[in-house]
Design a protein around this ligand. Structure first.
Ligand code: ARG
Length: 466
């Protein structure tokens, strides 16, 4: 057991208490951020004359050495230390003696951990954004390819009106684009540095917080030291954004599972992204989509867990806050993994265009257009709706589509039908006449695709171009 705070204690910590309290098993994950923060702090202590310049450069050199050794595997982060902060400081002191002991001047583990977690989360925001950008590129190339692939659009999972696959994919493009915008908002709000907040009330040492904030790539220091050590809003916002990403991925997964079913056969998932059954030789299961759908619950759980942890904590730091890490890390890993795998599955999926088109033409998806046709010939919409309803009913009895009825039959329902009705209600017309912005018609879709393309080209990933 190695702790930083033995001085005022006369007894050893109980073993189980030590284990219950320790966080190294999970906070060792941000050793790099801990060292980066310590380097900035040491640099600033030297610049301010709080330690000598020699001590500051000795610290920087030793911290670099520790980082290199952890990364090469020469130095193992062992669990006899309470947390990663204690491990780094103890190693430092072992290696350079007294200068190592000076690193923590004007700093508390409270602002240290607040900084480490923020640095770690900031990177995660950037990495998630880059993955989402890749997913958007894959979706966009599907959109470009399928502006003429007609498929049924659904409401209530009942065939409603014909759309195109480009249009369907385009809905998800919008969702993931908003997800990126959310990440960008979060980045803007979170990018302030808590280092220098001390335990809760700052410090009497003349720290230069603007300097450390700048060294670490923050916009500036946080403006209240109590808030600095105990704010986890940025993490809650990020988990909420990840929960929304997962909700979108889960909806998309659900559709792919349905489309991949034996009944639909709209898509075929690539062998590389499918799994088989141990007993049923014919099976090819959409496990990746199912897992993405299933893992959504874990990410929601992390968000709810942290919100609940935070709700009763008085200012400032309390040990409850150590609970911000494990589930958040799990949620970050889960979401990143899901975005990447989903993108791979989508990039390799085969869309069965013929089956989609046939399905659209078999489900009365042109009934609205048939009613609109009558409206164009002077029939009031409500009457037209009723007439087409009767046409549909009789087609259901006969097992045919509206287009299969000869004109003489159609005229029995309304005199307004003429030969041009067939052209007006063809799948092709139904789709391509929908030309309002955001609709599936080819020209409308092409305008949107051009705009989405410009968006992808102009917006870099977070932290690089914002
Ligand atoms: N492991 C702790 C955490 O994650 C570090 C901060 C400890 N601070 C303290 N006052 N005990 O929150």
């Amino acid at each position: 057991m190695a702790q930083l705070w033995g001085g005022r204690f006369t007894k050893e910590t109980d073993k189980l208490v030590y284990q219950f309290n320790a966080s190294i098993t999970f906070d060792k994950r941000f050793y790099r951020q801990d060292i980066e923060g310590s380097k900035a702090h040491a640099d600033m202590l030297g610049k301010q004359g709080i330690i000598t310049e020699e001590e500051a450069s000795e610290l920087a050199w030793a911290l670099d050495g520790i980082l290199a050794d952890i990364e090469s595997g020469a130095l193992a982060v062992t669990e006899e230390y309470e947390d990663i902060h204690s491990f780094v400081e103890a190693t430092l002191t072992k290696r350079i003696g007294d200068a190592g002991k000076k690193l923590h001047t004007g700093r508390s583990r409270n602002d240290q951990v607040a900084l480490d977690m923020r640095l770690y989360t900031r990177e995660q925001v950037q990495e998630t954004d880059a993955l989402l950008k890749k997913l958007l590129e894959t979706i966009l190339s599907g959109m470009e390819e399928h502006t003429q692939t007609v498929m049924p659009g659904f409401t209530h999972l009942q065939k409603a009106q014909p759309i195109t696959l480009a249009h369907h994919l385009g809905a998800y493009f919008e969702m993931f684009k908003r997800d990126r915008q959310r990440l960008s908002d979060i980045y803007e709000r979170m990018n302030y540095c808590p280092l220098g907040s001390g335990a809760l009330a700052g410090t009497t040492f003349p720290l230069d917080r603007d300097y450390t904030a700048e060294l670490l790539g923050f916009y500036g220091p946080t403006l209240n030291s109590m808030d600095g050590v105990s704010d986890r809003d940025y993490l809650i916002e990020f988990l909420s954004a990840l929960a929304t990403v997962m909700m979108h991925l889960s909806r998309f997964s659900e559709e792919i599972i349905i489309w991949n079913s034996n009944e639909y056969q709209f898509v075929e998932i690539d062998d590389a992204y499918s799994t088989g059954s141990s007993i049923m030789p014919q099976k090819k299961n959409p496990d990746i989509a199912e897992l993405v759908r299933g893992k959504t619950g874990r990410v929601y759980g992390a968000l709810l867990s942290l919100l609940t942890t935070m709700k009763g904590i008085p200012l400032a730091y309390n040990k409850d806050m150590q609970e911000d890490k494990e589930l958040a890390f799990d949620a970050m890993d889960t979401a990143r993994g899901c975005i990447a795998l989903f993108e791979g599955m989508l990039a390799t999926i085969k869309f069965n265009k013929d089956t989609m088109e046939k399905s659209a033409s078999r489900g009365f998806t042109n009934a609205t257009d048939a009613a609109d046709y009558l409206v164009g010939r002077g029939v009031p919409f409500r009457d037209a709706h009723g007439i087409i309803g009767q046409v549909v009913l009789s087609c259901i009895e006969k097992g045919i589509a509206i287009d299969d009825l000869p004109l003489s039959e159609l005229k029995r329902f309304s005199d307004a039908f003429e030969e041009d009705v067939y052209e007006a209600i063809s799948m092709e017309t139904c789709v391509n006449k929908r030309l309002t912005t955001g609709a599936p018609g080819k020209e409308a879709m092409e305008r949107v695709i051009a705009e989405e393309k410009r968006y992808l080209e102009s917006a870099g990933t977070i932290g690089i171009n914002v």
